[in-house]
Design a binder for this molecule. Structure first.
Ligand code: GLU
Length: 305
């Protein structure tokens, strides 16, 4: 595995076209494009990495996998009254479907869905809810050093008109239980969690291991729930690029505009890749290519015979 990912990392670093960093969140626009990292965590507890796997980056929408898991733990199947389970076929921050579908977001991974989930998770003060989310991510990664990058959170808040619109629009249907600004604060902050690929691959390992985190031995979710979260990652994890990601990589995956992707090869590995340059849809350009190469080399695609 080390040889395979070393080769992939050097191929990715030599690419002339590395995509474009997200600019609509000014703090993300400052990130150096010339970076690539990959970590592969396996159920036997090993993590192998190539590239700058110690460098922290903004996990952005990859955090939606963790808030979905937390929300399912709190609300169980009732969560599906708040969000749907269908791919949207629209961009991550689109508002169009919300009006037709009475303010119920298509799935937990588009922005509207993740904001609705932040509202569903919130109990009491926003600060406590945020602390609970961060604690959960630290627990999954088995690493108490993980923190929120406040500069990114502030940057998102200052430029968050679109997300605020989505939230207020949903609230206008009477779906919100908490003040919109408090919910948005939770959403912006969990998107601003900073992690490296080693931490992220470890945090996702329960999804590759029937719901159990092998580092702690703790059953995070049931095998059935792990299967369902993986299904949502496959169908909705890359927004209107989800079909293309399934076609090229063939793994459940969740992307973030910080350039990270968490991909799950059930029973085999949890893989985190990071390259900050994005394709036009907003998914990591080289991250996707690296995962495509990895599944070609390993035969790990869930569609491979
Ligand atoms: N925080 C970002 C936003 O709300 C997340 C988008 C993404 O990572 O895809 O726009």
């Amino acid at each position: 595995m080390q040889d395979i990912i070393d080769e992939i990392a050097s191929q990715m670093l030599s690419r002339a076209d590395k995509g474009k960093v997200a600019t609509y969140i000014p703090q993300l626009a400052r990130v150096n494009l010339e970076q690539f990292a990959i970590s592969v965590a396996t159920p036997d507890g090993q993590v192998v990495s190539a590239g700058c796997a110690d460098t922290l980056f903004s996990i952005q929408s990859v955090s939606k996998v963790f808030t979905l898991t937390l929300a399912l733990g709190k609300l169980g199947e009732n969560l599906w009254h708040r969000v749907g389970r269908e791919p949207s076929g629209d961009p991550f921050n689109s508002i169009v479907q919300l009006e037709h579908e009475q303010g119920k977001p298509r799935n937990p991974f588009i922005n509207a869905g993740a904001i609705a989930i932040a509202d569903a998770i919130m109990q009491g003060q926003a600060k406590e809810t945020l602390a609970e989310i961060l604690q959960f991510v630290r627990f999954l990664a088995n690493d108490n050093t993980i923190a929120i990058d406040e500069r990114v959170a502030r940057s998102e808040l200052e430029t968050g008109d679109r997300n605020a619109s989505l939230a207020h629009f949903m609230a206008s249907f009477g779906h919100f239980h908490n003040p919109v600004d408090a919910v948005l604060g939770i959403y912006f902050h969990h998107c601003s969690i900073a992690m490296n690929t080693q931490q992220l691959a470890t945090a996702g390992l329960f999804l590759a291991n029937q719901g159990i985190n092998p580092h702690t031995g703790y059953a995070v979710v049931s095998p059935r729930r792990a299967k369902r979260i993986n299904a949502l990652m496959m169908t909705c994890g890359h927004y209107d690029g989800s079909g293309e990601f399934a076609f090229r990589v063939g793994l459940p995956g969740k992307s973030g505009v910080g350039g990270g992707i968490l991909a799950i090869a059930p029973g085999k590995a949890s893989i985190a890749v990071w390259s900050p340059g994005l394709d036009p849809i907003g998914n990591s350009k080289l991250g996707t290519e690296a995962l495509e190469r990895l599944t070609h080399k390993t035969g790990w695609s869930v569609f491979a015979g």
